[in-house]
Ligand binder design. Structure first.
Ligand code: COA
Length: 179
C-alpha cells in the first residue's frame, strides 16, 4: 500500500523537481533541450509574480519526491482566464496507481479556484497512454479537431525578433511603438 501527499512546492523542493524535470526530458527523448537549474526554477517560482506554479507528490513512507507538475496562468481572448499545464510526471515505479490523475486533478482544482475557464496542455503524438487519460477526463485534441499547430520562438530567435528584426512596412506606412 502506498500513501502520497500532493502539496504546493516550497523553495527547498527545487533540486528534486529539477531531477524529475530531467527524467521527463529523457523520457521525451530531448534531454539536450532541458536547460533548467534549481536556481532558475526557484527564482521564477518563488517571486512576487511567479512565472510558474509547482506541485509535488511525496511518498509519505520514503519521503521521496516521486511526481511533480508545473503550470502557469495565461489568457484566452475567447475564454478568459486559462491555466497552462506544462509538465506532469510520475516516476516509473509509482505509475499506474492513480497518482498522475490525482496530480492533474490538483492542477485543475488550482485553476478552477483561480477562476479559469480552460486548461491547456500539449502531448507528444507518440505518447499514447496519457492521451487515453486526457480523453477520459474530457480533454479535447484541438490539433485533430481544429488543426491548431504549436509554434515557438526560442531564446535566440526571440532576442533577434525583439531587438534586431527589421519589419518590412509598405511605403506609405509608419508604425510608432510606445510600450
Ligand atoms: C502520464 C503519467 C503522468 C500518468 O501517471 P500515473 O500515475 O501512471 O497515472 P494513473 O495511475 O493515474 O493512470 C492514468 C493513466 O496514465 C497512463 N499510465 C498508467 N501507467 C502508465 C505507465 N506505466 N506508463 C505510461 N502511462 C501510464 C494510462 O493511460 C493510465 O490509464 P489506464 O490506467 O486506463 O491505462 C505517467 O505515466 C508519466 O509520468 N508518464 C511519463 C511522462 C508523461 O507522459 N507525462 C505526460 C506528458 S507531459
Amino acid at each position: 500500500m502506498a500513501t502520497y501527499l500532493i502539496r504546493k512546492a516550497v523553495p527547498g523542493d527545487c533540486e528534486e523537481i529539477v531531477r524529475l524535470i530531467k527524467e521527463l526530458a529523457e523520457y521525451e527523448s530531448m534531454p539536450d533541450q532541458c536547460e533548467m537549474t534549481p536556481e532558475k526554477l526557484r527564482a521564477d517560482a518563488f517571486c512576487d509574480q511567479p512565472f510558474v506554479h509547482l506541485l509535488v507528490a511525496v511518498c509519505t513512507v520514503s519521503k521521496a519526491t516521486v511526481a511533480y507538475s508545473s503550470f502557469s496562468y495565461m489568457y484566452s481572448s475567447w475564454k478568459g482566464r486559462t491555466a497552462y499545464l506544462d509538465d506532469l510526471y510520475v516516476t516509473p515505479a509509482h505509475r499506474g496507481s492513480g497518482l498522475g490523475t490525482s496530480l492533474m486533478q490538483s492542477v485543475a482544482k488550482c485553476a478552477f479556484e483561480r477562476g479559469c475557464n480552460r486548461m491547456n496542455w500539449i502531448v507528444l503524438s507518440w505518447n499514447k497512454r496519457p492521451a487515453e487519460l486526457y480523453a477520459r477526463i474530457g480533454g479535447e485534441n484541438l490539433t485533430k479537431k481544429e488543426n491548431w499547430e504549436n509554434i515557438t520562438l526560442f531564446q535566440e530567435q526571440l532576442k533577434n525578433f525583439a531587438t534586431n528584426y527589421k519589419v518590412k512596412l509598405s511605403a506609405d506606412t509608419t508604425v510608432n511603438v510606445q510600450l
